[in-house]
Design a protein around this ligand. Structure first.
Ligand code: DX5
Ligand code: ZN
Length: 217
């Protein structure tokens, strides 16, 4: 299967959200990545349900929702109603992760688990049979436009081996500092889904950048 590309709306022009979502609709993007931040789990606040519902009504691409919030169990159903196809929670934010991912799947969404840069991939060993994807943070979560952490390549390799050796049907997604230079290396290392915010939206031709990110390696 060729890799997927999920532009992160966090870097879009929020004064022109409709045209930004239409650009994504008309592009080769596979998913639209939405970052939900609560100011507690991460030191920043992004946007919530009203914005997400407006995006849901405009978007023809599945919504890939990345929750950077404490105690996400409180809101799983609300995120489904707000249009999430994929719902990803942080390993570091869940006290009963198996319960959380089971509930996400029961609600009809793909379940993802995110790891911060400091969390080793071995932490995922016992949850891999119950999830659809792992989102590896390749920057510290909370802000767009940060520099990719190079040590992430080792984590991608370790996780790829764990998934392949276990025979799990789990996608690897990376998020943070993805650009046209590192994208082919990431795919080569075993990444299935590239999230890209600033690389896409700060370009004068975002659709062309998405097309380049989609290029087979
Ligand atoms: C950061 C978010 C990312 C962010 C990526 O916490 O999870 O999705 O939008 O932005 P770039 O691609 O600019 O690093
Ligand atoms: Zn994200």
């Amino acid at each position: 299967m060729s890799h997927l590309v999920a532009p992160s709306l966090l870097a879009a022009d929020f004064a022109n959200l409709a045209s930004e979502v239409e650009m994504i609709n008309d592009s080769e993007a596979d998913w639209l990545h939405l970052d939900i931040m609560d100011g507690l789990f991460v030191p920043n606040i992004s946007f919530g349900f009203p914005v997400m519902e407006a995006v849901r009504d405009l978007s023809s691409k599945p919504l890939d929702v990345h929750l950077m919030i404490v105690d996400p169990d409180r809101y799983l159903e609300r995120f489904r109603e707000a249009g999430a196809s994929n719902l990803t929670v942080h390993f570091e934010a869940c006290r009963n992760l198996h319960r959380t991912v089971t509930e996400i799947r029961r609600l009809g969404m793909k379940a993802g688990v995110t790891l911060n840069p400091h969390s080793p991939v071995i932490l995922l060993k016992d949850i891999l049979p119950y999830i659809d994807m792992v989102l590896l943070m390749t920057v510290n979560p909370g802000y767009g436009g940060q520099t990719f952490i190079p040590g992430s390549f080792n984590k991608i390799g370790e996780l790829r081996s764990m998934i392949d050796e276990g025979g799990f049907d789990v996608m690897i997604e990376v998020d943070g500092g993805v650009d046209l230079h590192n994208a082919p290396m990431l795919v080569h290392a075993g990444v299935d889904v590239l999230v890209a915010g600033n690389t896409v939206f700060s370009s004068s031709d975002p659709a062309e950048v998405i097309r380049k990110l989609k290029q087979p390696v």
